[in-house]
Design a protein around this ligand. Structure first.
Ligand code: PMV
Length: 337
C-alpha cells in the first residue's frame, strides 16, 4: 500500500509564543480564541518513533525509556485514534519518544511532543498531509504544537468563527511568518522546575469562564499581532520585544483576575523581571515573556545573549539558564516500510 511505512521517526523543537494562545473557542477541536505567533527554538528537540504493531491489541507508549502513564499516555493514545480514523486504519502502534528537555526544566514539552508525533504517526499510517495539514493535525494533540511544525517564526490562525465546526477546523493551522533579519535569542531562566499546580487546559477554561479581563485582552491581542507582524517585517527587535512583553503580561493579568485566580508568577519570576528592566535601563534591549509557569524567557539580540544570561543567572541563583536561537521545523528522520 503506497505511502504506508511500518515505522517512522520524526523530530520537532519547542516554540515560545510572542503573541500568546490563551483560551479555546472549542475544546474538542482545540480551536483557539485568538491568533498566536511564536519562535521555534534550536534546543531541546523531541524525537518520536511510531511503529505499527498489527498483532498488538493495544497501543504502547514509551517516554524516555519508561512506559508512559496517566494523562500523558491517554492523550497520546487519543491522538493515535484520531490519526487511525483519518487514515481509515485499525492497527495499534508502539510509540517511543525521547525528550531532551532536562528532566524538570519546567519547560512545556507538549508542543515539540505532539508536533513530532503528528509527523511520525501521519507517515506510519500513510496519511499524506502538507505542512498546513500536519499543523492542523498537531493542533489536536496540543494547541501550541501546531506552531512547532514550522521553524523560525510562525503564526497560528484561530480560524473561521462564522461557519460550521468543520470549516473552523479546516481554517485553524499555523504558517511561517516572513521577517527581516533579526538575529534574536531567547534566554530561558528556569526559576522553578517543579510540575505546575494548574494545567494550562484548566487555567484557560477558568480564565475564559470567569475573568472580566479575558475579552479585553483577546481584543487587544489582535492589535498586538498586527503590530508584531509589522515589527518582524522591519526587523525591529526592540519593538518585537515590547509587544511580546505587553501581550504576555496582559495574558497573566487575565488569569490573576479569574475566580479563583490562577497565578503562575512566583517571587523569583518578579526578581528576574526586575533584572530585565535593569538591563533595559543599561541600554540592552531585553524583554520578558512567561507561559503557564514561573519561568522567564528573555528575548534579546544574539550578540547580547551572554550578558543577558549572566544577569538573569545572578537574579535567580540556583536556576538553570539556557540560550536558544531560532530553530527548524518538524521533520521526518527515517521511514522504513
Ligand atoms: O501547551 P498548550 O497547547 O496547552 O498551551 C499553552 C499556552 C501557552 O504556552 C501559555 C501560550 C502559548 O501560546 O504557547
Amino acid at each position: 500500500r503506497p505511502g504506508l511505512a511500518h515505522s517512522a521517526t520524526a523530530v520537532a523543537h519547542p516554540n515560545i509564543a510572542l503573541i500568546k494562545y490563551w483560551g479555546k473557542s472549542d475544546e474538542r477541536l482545540f480551536l483557539p480564541r485568538t491568533d498566536s505567533l511564536s519562535m521555534t527554538l534550536d534546543i531541546f528537540p523531541t524525537t518520536t518513533r511510531v511503529r505499527l504493531a498489527p498483532e498488538a491489541g493495544q497501543d504502547t507508549v514509551t517516554f524516555n525509556g519508561r512506559p508512559a502513564t496517566g494523562e500523558a499516555e491517554r492523550r497520546i493514545i487519543a491522538f493515535l485514534e484520531l490519526v487511525r480514523e483519518r487514515a481509515g486504519r485499525a492497527e495499534r502502534a508502539d510509540v517511543d519518544t525521547e525528550n531532551t528537555v532536562p528532566t524538570g526544566a519546567g519547560l512545556a514539552s507538549s508542543a515539540s511532543g505532539f508536533a513530532a508525533l503528528a509527523v511520525a504517526a501521519a507517515a506510519a499510517y500513510g496519511l499524506e498531509l502538507d505542512a498546513a495539514g500536519l499543523s492542523r493535525l498537531a493542533r489536536r494533540g496540543s494547541g501550541s504544537a501546531s506552531r512547532s511544525i514550522f521553524g523560525d517564526f510562525a503564526v497560528w490562525h484561530a480560524g473561521r468563527t462564522d461557519g460550521t465546526p468543520e470549516e473552523a477546523d479546516l481554517s485553524s493551522y499555523a504558517e511561517p511568518v516572513r521577517t527581516a533579519p533579526l538575529d534574536p535569542a531567547l534566554v530561558i531562566a528556569v526559576v522553578n522546575a517543579g510540575p505546575k499546580e494548574v494545567s494550562s487546559r484548566t487555567a484557560m477554561r477558568r480564565t475564559m469562564d470567569t475573568s472580566p479581563l479575558f475579552e479585553p485582552w483577546a481584543l487587544s491581542s489582535k492589535g498586538d499581532l498586527a503590530d508584531m507582524r509589522a515589527a518582524l517585517g522591519r526587523g525591529d527587535l526592540p519593538a518585537v520585544g515590547e509587544i511580546a512583553e505587553r501581550n504576555a503580561l496582559g495574558m497573566h493579568a487575565t488569569m490573576l483576575a479569574a475566580r479563583p485566580a490562577v497565578r503562575y508568577l512566583s517571587p523569583a519570576t518578579l526578581t528576574v523581571l526586575d533584572s530585565v528592566l535593569a538591563l533595559r535601563r543599561d541600554g540592552v534591549p531585553a524583554y520578558a515573556t512567561m507561559d503557564a509557569g514561573p519561568n522567564v524567557k528573555v528575548l534579546c539580540r544574539r550578540a547580547d545573549a551572554d550578558r543577558v544570561a549572566e544577569t538573569v543567572r545572578a537574579a535567580a541563583p540556583g536556576g538553570a539558564v539556557h540560550i536558544a536561537g531560532p530553530g527548524p521545523g518538524a521533520r521526518l528522520l527515517a521511514e522504513d516500510g
